[in-house]
Design a protein. Structure first.
Lengths: 358, 166, 378
């Protein structure tokens, strides 16, 4: 059966046969880089279109429907427009940091792509501290946002960046604790092992209520971490016009925009990996026939399906809820989510030690 | 409370007040010096006319007239109109914004549109027109006014560029 | 006219104690137009709000002094453009009062229905815009679905969707559309079915409640002192509905309740407006089947001349009490005309109630004050 795994294996064998190992590795790197960039571009287009269609559906209207059949080329046309636009830099801005910031945000998003298992044995870098790597690298994105807000020399940008700083630093704790529950249950930080541990059932089902709580906390925390509504205070457009990217235009703005969607994709992919079994098909105990049918669906489709479901949930939030206020946002984290996560982690540890999960 | 009672009360307080009942509501014309005292009395307990719903100025070419529409917040059908005439060349009057907070903005509007100086106003600056054209020095009847003669709602205001004569 | 260096000085200066001074507006997504607020911030906390008006000042009061009593009504549609029917009604009533013109019953009833439809349309738009200020986009589209039906009715009736100019001294400009009654009834049916939808989306939402409850509290004493009117004052427990106090047109023959809440916060102002829409529906339901037959405009002279004297007419617009004060010298044009606009007084309270709250609260407070900038600037 043709799968992503067999394609990568054939390519590698062919490269090793033709070139020296160093050369083969270099060529592989180039291929991976190209694939990553393509994935970014495609994801950006697809997710923006998806968001607009979901929003339109929720808001009883049609959404983009003029460019291409059903409006599917709308985002491509938008990107073209953004590329053509002039990228203005304000006079009083710190030019170097101002221009660097979108790339920092983008690079962080790209780095996070490395340990994600897209399909069975299809992963850029199966590092043994995968989860730790993800939580440490994702915390870097706040630097890009602070950089953008500070360098713009605009009061709205500064306020937005400061809000964003406080928000991301706080919500990282909850997200981290939610991720830790799975690490405790699996006993490994490696993504491939976490996925393998869900062979006989996803952690969401195996881990009883504590994992369900951790999952809910994770979804709330990552929505906040990616600055999405109802936690989009950093760019709250009715308060701060556009927050930290008020002064950006053209492609630099588009990079922020793209990074937001890539970040959503990544956190949802991680959520799917940790709680919903990554590329693992849905297996139910002893239903052999059902399990066999599920196995026929390619692992990459399982992964993407779960990820896009979570993305849809996060979009659903955005178009339903009003925005929180900044003190309510921090109250929610420090007074409710963090204590719950701590207690939950304790509970999961007890469950893991006593082996009470399936 | 009927108009008669209000009239009696005002006469007791200000014997020289002039009443005019030809219009829909009772009109009282008072001296500009005694206006503030009358307002404070009307606001207070027995009358309770505590709702200032309209404050404006009328330019009669010979003089300016400040017009205050007062009402009782508990019974909005009691309405009286208090008027006071001001010298057109040097209009000034005590502010009422320590009695009604709403007067602060309304007086700023009258100040820039008619050039009436409100004494003891906390923040007498232009509200609608440009900021820098007039600066009032509070507590003293002293107005550093760079827009002398530029009071748009006065009858003799001429703006040949922006105004179209019909 | 503006000195550019001074504007820049405004934006870069720090406040007296080193606070951050932010110019909100005149171009800002939450100010609904060209309101310019100079906000002094200490961190996220608001220390002072200073409104700068005049960006859309068209000097309507001065313009009206050179327009005749037939012409000046059309200018007033541009004041509070969301309740233009009600503005027109105020001016028409005033001219009728000044000239003792007899208005036919048909015109009175149709005016009342149109005024109430305008009120609903205005509140619908307000709910959408207010939710948008708080970051929820979806209620806007739900509210506009029903508002669209009203604007369609308006278009059928007078050809315009926003600035109607349909009400003239003496009655109406034209007779109503033959399908007016059917369409209004269809609207009432749809409204009753669908109003719960966006109420569910907004009223019960826990984030919405936590954003508005206890935010921007205006006490009754302050509401009176600041001259507030309309839903803003009624949410603070001040009874001030002109339709009850001094009924005009057909308001004296319909039954409706004056909605009064006592909390005085943003949520109370929201509740007052939602309930007011239901009361408006109640008024329309009582009148729509009873539009009397007959003339739609009374007998008037071609040239209108008000008697010498002073006239004041109050009406209840969607935002509060609109007062029109005319000083007439007996000629064809007013000597002085003053519009007591509800938004002007309601805006003046903003600094008082939004002080010491967060920037996010300012949006909730400003949203619930329902400011329409052309109404404030005039």
């Amino acid at each position: 059966m043709l799968s992503l795994e067999s394609i990568t294996k054939t390519t590698q064998d062919w490269l090793l046969a033709k070139f020296s190992p160093t050369m083969a590795l270099t060529i592989e790197c180039i291929i991976v880089i190209l694939l990553c960039i393509t994935l970014f571009a495609v994801l950006g287009l697809v997710l923006v279109l998806l968001e607009r269609k979901v929003a339109a559906r929720i808001q009883i209207r049609l959404g983009p429907n003029r460019v291409g059949p059903g409006g599917i080329f709308q985002t491509a046309a938008d990107t073209l427009k953004l590329i053509m636009k002039e990228g203005l830099t304000p006079d009083t801005a710190d030019k170097f940091l101002f221009n660097l910031a979108p790339f920092v945000v983008m690079m962080v998003a790209m780095l996070l792509l490395a340990p994600i298992a897209f399909a069975k044995n299809f992963q850029i870098w199966d590092i043994n501290i995968g989860v730790l790597y993800i939580s440490s690298v994702s915390s870097l994105s706040v630097i890009g946002i602070l950089m953008a807000g500070w360098a713009s020399n605009n009061k709205y940008s500064l306020l937005g960046a400061m809000r964003s700083g406080a928000q991301i630093v706080s919500y990282e704790l909850s997200a981290g604790f939610a991720v830790l529950t799975i690490v405790v249950l699996t006993g490994s930080l490696q993504i491939s092992e976490i996925v393998a541990a869900q062979q006989n059932g996803w952690w969401l089902f195996k881990g009883h209520i504590p994992v369900v709580i951790a999952f809910v906390l994770y979804i709330i925390a990552v929505t906040a971490e990616t600055n999405r509504a109802p936690f989009d205070l950093a760019e709250a457009e009715s308060e701060l016009t556009a927050g930290f990217h008020t002064e950006y235009s053209g492609m630099k703005f588009a990079l922020f925009f793209l990074a937001e969607y890539i970040n959503i994709f990544i956190v949802c992919a991680i959520g799917a990996t940790l709680f919903l079994g990554g590329w693992m098909p849905l297996h139910i105990g002893s239903w052999e026939a059902f399990n066999h049918i599920m196995d026929y669906i390619p692992s990459s489709i399982w992964f993407m399906g779960k990820t896009f479901f979570l993305i849809f949930v996060i979009m659903w939030f955005r178009w339903t809820f009003p925005r929180l206020r900044v003190d309510q946002l921090l109250n929610l984290e420090w007074k409710y989510l963090l204590p719950i996560s701590l207690f939950n982690l304790l509970l999961v540890t007890v469950i893991a030690i006593l082996g009470w999960y399936f | 409370m009927s108009n008669e009672l209000i009239k009696q009360y005002i006469t007791a307080h200000l014997p020289d007040a002039v009443f005019d009942e030809t219009g829909e509501w009772l009109n009282v014309v008072v001296n500009s010096d005694s206006l503030k005292g009358l307002m404070a009395v009307l606001y207070g307990e027995p009358n309770y006319l505590n709702y200032l719903f309209c404050l404006t100025c009328v330019d009669y070419k010979t003089h300016l007239t400040m017009v205050y529409h007062l009402s009782a917040s508990t019974n909005r059908n009691i309405n009286i109109v208090i008027k006071t005439n001001l010298d057109r060349n040097d209009p000034f009057i005590d502010t009422v914004c320590d009695i009604w907070r709403t007067a602060e903005f309304l007086e700023r509007e009258v100040f820039e549109m008619f050039g009436v100086t409100f004494l003891h106003h906390p923040d007498l600056r232009n509200l609608i027109l440009e900021d820098e054209t007039a600066i009032a020095v509070d507590d003293k009847k002293e107005l550093v006014n760079e827009q002398k003669g530029y009071w748009p709602l006065r009858k003799d205001f001429e703006d040949p560029i922006n105004m179209i004569k019909l | 006219m503006y000195n550019q260096t001074d504007i820049i000085k405004d934006t870069t200066d720090l406040g007296p104690d080193g606070e951050l001074v932010v110019n909100m507006g005149p171009q800002h997504p939450a100010t609904h137009g060209v309101l310019h607020l100079v906000v002094t911030l200490n961190g996220e906390t608001i220390k002072k709000i200073e409104p700068h008006l005049g960006y859309i000042h068209r000097s309507i009061e001065k313009m009206c002094e050179s327009l005749t009593y037939r012409q000046f009504i059309y200018v007033t549609s541009r004041m509070d453009y969301l309740s233009s029917h009600i503005n027109n009604t105020a001016c028409a009533l005033l001219v009728e009062k000044g000239m003792q013109i007899e208005v036919p019953e048909r015109a009175k009833v149709v005016r009342t229905i149109l005024n109430e439809l305008t009120r609903i349309a205005s509140h619908e738009l307000w709910i959408g815009a207010m939710a948008m200020d708080l970051g929820a986009f979806t209620p806007f589209f739900y509210a506009f679905r029903e508002r669209e039906m009203i604007t369609d009715i308006m278009e059928d009736t007078c050809g315009a969707r926003l600035t109607m100019n349909y009400i003239v001294p003496g009655g109406l400009m034209y007779d109503i559309h033959p399908e007016f009654q059917t369409k209004v009834k269809a609207f009432i049916k749809q409204f009753k079915e669908k109003v719960t939808e966006y109420e569910d989306l907004v009223t019960g939402n826990i984030i919405f409640q936590s954003r508005t409850k206890g935010v921007g509290v205006l006490t009754a004493a302050d509401a009176i002192s600041y001259g507030c009117s309309g839903p803003v004052a009624r949410a603070s427990g001040v009874s001030c509905d002109i339709r009850k106090i001094a009924p005009y047109d057909a308001y004296d023959r319909v039954e409706f309740d004056e909605v009064i809440e006592t909390a005085g916060d943003s949520f109370a102002r929201y509740i007052v407006r939602v309930k007011e829409m239901n009361q408006s529906i109640r008024i329309i339901e009582q009148l729509i089947d009873n539009i009397p037959e007959g003339e739609f405009v009374g007998k008037t002279k071609n040239v209108l001349k008000l008697n010498k004297g002073e006239f004041y007419q109050r009406v209840e617009t969607a935002r509060g009490e609109l007062g029109v004060y005319i000083v007439s010298e007996g000629g064809t044009t007013p000597h002085r005309i003053k519009f007591r606009s509800p938004g002007f007084s309601n805006l003046s309270v903003l600094d008082h109630i939004a002080k010491n709250s967060k920037i996010g609260d300012l949006m909730a407070t400003m949203g619930t004050l329902d400011l329409v900038i052309p109404d404030i600037d005039r």
